[in-house]
Design a protein around this ligand. Sequence first.
Ligand code: FBP
Length: 307
Amino acid sequence: MANNHQIRVPLDVPPETRAVFEQNFRSMTHGTGRLMLFAGDQKVEHLNDDFSGPGIHPDDSDPEHLFRIASQARIGVFATQLGLIARYGEEYPAIPYLVKLNGKTNLIAPEQQDPLSTCWYSVPEIVAFQKRSHLSIHGVGYTVYPGSVYEHKMLREAAQIVLQAHEHGLVAVLWMYPRGKYVKNEKDPHLSAGACGIAACLGSDFVKINAPKQAGGSSAMLLKEAVLAAGLTGVICAGGTAMDPVTFLHELHEQIHIGGASGNATGRNIHQRALPEAIRLCNAISALTFDNADMKSALEIFLGKRA
Ligand code: FBP
């Protein structure tokens, strides 16, 4: 993979922060235009369900596990809430961070009430923190639930966040998760493409979706419509619940090479493992994403047969 990807800077990035935006984008994508986002925002989204229980390594019960992985593995960016970054950041100054600006728990099921997730912080507050802390904060993230009766609130916040992020030279990533009583099938490929089109209209640099699914269809093939609909916004898929690493790496390889994904966003599949294994899986994912590695090389990295 060439690491001299031509960055197309959006016009809402003013001339005075253009170089900062280019540097943030280049750093997050290792110069390739593809993103490897290590997702660590689940302590809010799923409470402790993802961090303790059957099949989850005890390493994951300590929030610092996320920072140990992010600091020792090869990643593009580590996405989590500002509170955790403020708490652990002094010990982990070299991690490339992305601050997740909104969040909600899973205590209210979508069947009980349509989801609403609003901003915890403003972009200028993140920029002020960045200046004080000297941490490498490359971007911000925000989740929208299209189809929720509250979508208008989240769409407006998302639009403002992308605009303000760009004004400050930060990269914007939108999590687009169609959800609510009017959404029949969250992973419908046509709906996924619609969600990606919204992210493009909001001006996002990357859009994170749950991989589309349809009986009998290959998930990577189903992604094509979404990638086309997203235009210049790069599409990345969430990793989902932990699965066999070989299957996981294979699916990611197909998402990139068949579906046209611009990388990946993986959380549980990484952090639910013991630290050494989590690091090796991150490195294998990064090799697929940044180096265009083939499956054989990625597996050798995961198995520790090569660096
Ligand atoms: P995973 O790779 O663990 O699936 O994480 C992706 C993610 O989007 C997280 O960033 C987020 O916390 C969570 O999934 C949201 O999941 P849900 O679909 O349950 O709202």
